[in-house]
Design a protein around this ligand. Sequence first.
Ligand SMILES: Nc1ncnc2c1ncn2[C@@H]1O[C@H](COP(=O)(O)OP(=O)(O)OP(=O)(O)O)[C@@H](O)[C@H]1O
Ligand SMILES: [Mg+2]
Length: 256
Amino acid sequence: MLVIQDLHKQFGSIKAIDGLNLSVTTGEILVLMGPSGCGKSTTIRTINRLIEPDQGNILLHDVNILTLDPDELQKIRKRIGFVFQHFNLIGRLTALENVMFGLVMGGMDRDTAQNKANDAMAKVGLEEHLHHKPNELSGGQQQRVGIARALAYEPELMMWDEPTASLDPILVREVLVVMEELARYRSSTMIVVTHELSFALRVADRIVLMDKGKIVEEGKASGVFVNPASEIGQKYKELIEYQMNTTAQSLSGKTL
Ligand SMILES: Nc1ncnc2c1ncn2[C@@H]1O[C@H](COP(=O)(O)OP(=O)(O)OP(=O)(O)O)[C@@H](O)[C@H]1O
Ligand SMILES: [Mg+2]
């Protein structure tokens, strides 16, 4: 459904994306990982042109997003959901109103928008918190409102940019559980940027590793993290082994 060809983006002297090629099939859950600064956010932000790339093609069902005029781009953006690290909720609106906001601004009538927002809030388990303002919600709950806001559009492509990165570890789990649930019963294709190895291992159909603006490895977790070909893949493999050993040693009382 999505094909990215020879994508480049430079900020001053920094090559944030350096000749990236990637295809994503309909319904796939692709997890994009790599060290900080390797170009993950820049890559997914070019897909709906929050960032304009310097060169390349981005085809969504054979339509090149990079050549669309502003009206056409606006239409396509409604088919692409985005969940960010910072939830950016509107403080004076309730959770439900935050979810409805974009739909109503986009021209949907209030009743339909409210129904869609109610459904989306139920999907993230927040049906009891519809009328809470953001400052009356925990960080995890606020992020779930952020997720509901993206879901309400019923997007065909959902992009997630480190949705758990600004949460404390207990709240991380709460959001990961919701993400896993959505992934399991998905109606969207998903591209997830995350540092959460457990999520990648449990949920990804395919893992893509980036380094210095390029894709250096891709495949199933069983390949990428077990027999990595790249330096970054090797580092993730060592990290997983370290985490498994530490957990095993702690449970057997050796390091307690
Ligand atoms: N608006 C910008 N202006 C200048 N440089 C930028 C800009 N956005 C990103 N960069 C640079 O481009 C490179 C890629 O950044 P990007 O945000 O895509 O990395 P990332 O892989 O998402 O990292 P992280 O895991 O820390 O979020 C980095 O070197 C970053 O400093
Ligand atoms: Mg990033």
